[in-house]
Design a protein around this ligand. Structure first.
Ligand code: GLU
Length: 270
């Protein structure tokens, strides 16, 4: 088989990617149209890709509910993985119609994208190995501990701002942090409590969540800046999901097994 120059492979990849990017812009909900949604693929309970290729989790259920309200059936959804550091760029470049991916609403991000919601409120916490006894909260990490979080996430930024003495390691995904915690490369992982509880439940007896939450993370659905029509429609869908009981049902199904009590649903920002 002839050696294919890298540039050529790149061009083919682009030729394949371009029509998909165009799909992301269109979409009135007619048959044959697709909606492109970004979520996490490696966060149990929230957004996780199963071995059979299907996706499961609370974010996935919220994303599907919203898509249905916008006129898209489940088989019209095209999923894209949207890791924390890439979310704003994916929205700005029209690679997705919207993102439901443990995505906190912040003023900095609102410079680049808009948010519908919030659809869930959680807070930053810490995950340690089950046998650890000396990490009790963020301040105890300044005692020469290695902490892992994800680049471009609000929890990583908060550690840099409030606990600058902590040795912070930043990876692209939480899975890499969890692997490092498992093999002793780091002493703790920080991000939102719902995410950490999902990892703890996935490996019973291996990890534990410690301390109280020390921030408020308001999860929004990220979309193109300035698209207020779409934002309003998504907000309507979130409100309907909450009032119909589907929101609580999805929470219990996806996060109940991790031991998280269903919280009061948030009020959408209008
Ligand atoms: N909610 C936080 C954020 O949006 C942390 C979780 C994540 O990285 O997705 O940055």
């Amino acid at each position: 088989m002839p050696v294919v120059p890298f540039k050529f492979v790149g061009a083919v990849a682009l030729a394949i990617a371009l029509p998909l990017a165009v799909t992301a812009c269109g979409g009135s909900g007619d048959d044959g149209n697709k909606i492109v949604i970004g979520t996490k693929y490696d966060q149990p309970g929230l957004g996780q890709k199963n071995p059979d290729g299907t996706l499961a989790g609370f974010d996935v259920d919220v994303a599907k509910y919203v898509a249905n309200e916008l006129g898209y059936s489940e088989d019209q959804i095209e999923w894209r993985e949207s890791p924390s550091p890439q979310r704003e760029t994916m929205i700005q470049n029209d690679q997705v119609d919207y993102i439901v991916a443990t995505y906190s609403i912040t003023p900095e991000r609102q410079q680049k994208v808009d948010f519908a919601g919030p659809y869930l409120i959680t807070g930053q916490s810490l995950l340690v190995r089950a046998d650890n006894n000396d990490i009790t909260g963020a301040a105890s990490l300044e005692n020469n501990k290695k902490l892992c979080s994800v680049a471009g996430s609000t929890p990583a930024q908060r550690i840099k701002d409030k606990y600058p003495k902590v040795q912070l390691q930043q990876y692209d995904t939480y899975t890499l942090c969890i692997d490092a915690l498992k093999n002793g490369g780091v002493d703790a992982v920080t991000t939102d409590e719902v995410i950490l509880a999902g990892y703890a439940a996935q490996s019973p007896g291996t990890f534990k969540v410690v301390g109280d939450t020390f921030s408020e993370e308001r999860y929004g659905i990220g979309l193109k800046k300035g698209d207020s029509e779409q934002r309003n429609k998504i907000n309507d869908a979130i409100e309907k999901m909450i009032s119909s009981g589907a929101w609580a049902e999805a929470f219990e199904k996806n996060l109940g097994p991790a031991g998280i009590k269903t919280p009061a649903p948030p009020t959408v920002d209008r």
